[in-house]
Design a protein around this ligand. Structure first.
Ligand code: 5GP
Length: 205
């Protein structure tokens, strides 16, 4: 009998800046079935960030070159900088049966929704608005005007959360629980009839 689990799942994770996506995803990535897709960006490297680990940091010219060569699955402009998901790694990992996490903003998620029918969409929501603002300020890596801009974007993003398949809340000190919820969401998605049906039908061919 053929094996039901063939390809990995594309897992699109969004959530406002400061919600703690990095910490939550670090826990998800401890599960060996999950890998992280490193995005390209034109934004400045922050303190402590590493090229090819956090992002592929590049010039606007190089980013435009990748767009022209059709090397992105999706890309978007966020807060004045470009961000995009390179194709090469994602396809390779999916075919190896790994679930590939894209940590991207809402406009990029909308593009994936129309391009990749089987993808699963998870939104990480903050516990409260004040907590989110506090975390953004505590990060101390950006000026107050950038923080205000990110909060305004966050409000819009939270309004878009209904387009996601699952919403998980990152409560204070509960990032590990939030990660477990994401893994559970992917498992649940894999069990939906529309995602299993064609594989089961193959048994009888
Ligand atoms: P940050 O500058 O805080 O690292 O990221 C800003 C926003 O860009 C976050 O919401 C993050 O999820 C999003 N982002 C990161 N990589 C990508 C990408 O490849 N594509 C899109 N559309 N958004 C991304």
């Amino acid at each position: 009998m053929s094996d039901l689990k063939k390809r990995g799942r594309l897992v699109v994770v969004s959530g406002p800046s400061g919600v703690g996506k990095g910490t939550v995803l670090k826990y998800v990535l401890e599960n060996e079935d999950f890998v992280y897709s490193v995005s390209a960006t034109t934004r400045e490297k922050r303190k402590g960030e590493e090229n090819a680990v956090d992002y592929f940091f590049m010039s606007k010219e190089d980013f435009s070159g990748m767009i022209e060569r059709d090397e992105f699955i999706e890309y978007a402009c966020y807060n004045g900088n470009f961000y995009g998901t390179p194709k090469f790694f994602v396809e390779d990992m999916l075919s190896q049966g790994k679930n590939v996490i894209l940590e991207i903003e809402v406009k990029g998620a909308v593009q994936i929704k129309s391009l990749v029918p089987g993808a699963v969409f998870v939104f990480i929501a903050p516990q409260s608005k004040s907590g989110l603002a506090e975390r953004l300020r505590a990060r101390g890596t950006e000026e107050e005007s950038v923080v205000a801009n990110r909060l305004a974007i966050a409000e819009n993003e939270i309004r878009s959360c209904l387009m996601y398949d699952y919403i998980v809340v990152n409560r204070d000190g509960m990032a590990q629980e939030c990660a477990k919820d994401i893994i559970a969401a992917v498992k649940a998605h894999n069990l939906k009839p529309e995602n299993v049906y064609s594989d089961i039908c193959e048994f009888f061919n």
